[in-house]
Design a protein around this ligand. Sequence first.
Ligand SMILES: [Cu+2]
Length: 624
Amino acid sequence: MGRETLALGWAVAATLMLQALAMAEHSPRTPHSKASVFADLSAQELKAVQSFLWSRKELRLEPSRASTIAKNSVFLLEMLLPKKQQVLKFLDNGQRRPVREARAVVFFGAQEHPNITEFAVGPLPQPYYLRELPPRPGHRASWASRPISSVEYVLLNHALQEATKPLHQFFLDTTGFSFHNCQLRCLTFTDVAPRGLASGERRTWFILQRYVEGYFLHPTGLELLVDHSSTNAQDWTVEQVWYNGKFYQSPEELARKYKNGEVDVVVLEDPLPKGKGAESMKDPPLFSSYKPRGDFPSPITGHGPRLVQPQGPGYKLEGNTVLYGGWSFSFRLRSSTGLQVLNVHFGGERIAYEVSVQEAVALYGGHTPAGMQTKYIDVGWGLGTVTHELAPGIDCPDIATFLDALHYYDADDPIRYPRALCLFEMPTGVPLRRHFNSNFDSGFNFYAGLKGQVLVLRTTSTVYNYDYIWDFIFYPNGVMEAKMHATGYVHATFYTPEGLRHGTRLHTHLIGNMHTHLVHYRVDLDVAGTKNSFQTLRMKLENITNPWSPTHHLVQPTLEQTRYPRERQAAFHFRRTLPKYLLFTSPKKNPWGHKRSYRLQIHSMADQVLPPGWQEERAVTWAR
Ligand SMILES: [Cu+2]
């Protein structure tokens, strides 16, 4: 079992490759009926859990839509994966099926001491018990650090509109946009996290933006710090204001100083054509839109290449299980964390119990308070649930199989996300293997080539401005790859000259701040059984007397193997050279006496972004 950290710059893909050095023996694959042990909860199951929870009057549940923070409500329901040992006994030894349970996260806001509690609810399909899932000692989730619900956003929006009333004229003069009676020229906001400077706080910096297409790129220069820790929204207050490089105590102070001509004002150019609320077809597109503009010297016309599969797909989909060549695996789209592949077999043998996305974070630097404060930890923003519809021909080839997902998150019913996942086979554009055997006389003895084709399982997470594309890729030779593309919009703040120390100017009033994306995968390999060990191979040079010419010396590479008996020894620190070959190894040997292994290949530019142990860093210790 291992955990790996990948980090990457903007729009650079990281890959994790598990490469087979194993020889497989054939054994029957897991039947579809058994693989359902890994399946996400169905709509019926989610509803059964929901009505069971509502039947427990002592929970005093209210709908999550009820317009208050001071309520008890179900925030999240998802399948609770049984313990691995139980699942393996069921899959491999014919023991009884593990009890099917749901994980329920309940916000208890209507208590004297509001808290978040997690429960296991079972047994499905007709639950009759509820068991508290205790947090790891010292790891109880703090009420203040809970994710923001849609109701809290509505309340925050209202609070911001109220608090900035004194700035109405200031907004109109400097941006042409406002919060009041705005119709088409409205302001909006982006909130950043962490929400405070110490555990237990809930104080958020808000970036005010003009609400046009790509509003992430239209900061107005104003940022507000709001304390919204109280469960009563009436108690929320604006604590500080930042405008164009200067701090103010309150919106009132900024408004007063503006009136007195004491504010260094930046009047923004109008992003929309004069006199119009929205764009028309004739006007040049907004710089923040995805509409192509300008001309290439050789315009690319037509639709471009497309995939066809005249004989239908090469894979088979049975429920939540995929069969493809030597591969079989199950998958789920876990609402909290995202895409997981489970019970991965190649050549009839299990090679991984689980390979799954666990977390994605983005840590920023910047000159504005929101810029310097931003450290997004994306599971707290619904990483697994923001799996919006994939567009055929763009997000996935049009021949892909598209699958819906269900999420029960910050809602009072399961919500169907159409086309949340796609599955497709595609050519890699390069042969898997090839050889041209020349006869060295302008001809050849033979040519051999194997088509490069892979199977891709894909989903996306749109975490506000970012879109992560998550791929699990299966190669015909036993290689499996986990890959993330980061795209969408950058998280940007208002341009100040000092901001250039932390980023790049992207437009007149815009800085793209430097940041690091770190992605956490859980990789639980089982290579020829679960008794795996970890070892590495490096190249070591030896300098020997040449045996066939003793007057000469010869330098050549040798293989140096290192074993790591303890898991901690296999945790490699950043800024130290990683051994070239990382091997998960079984005690079982192949016919030639080599231990059967899978190689882990990490393509990452990850680095230590925060000092180990530093405040928020303790929330992402996997990134050390
Ligand atoms: Cu980025």
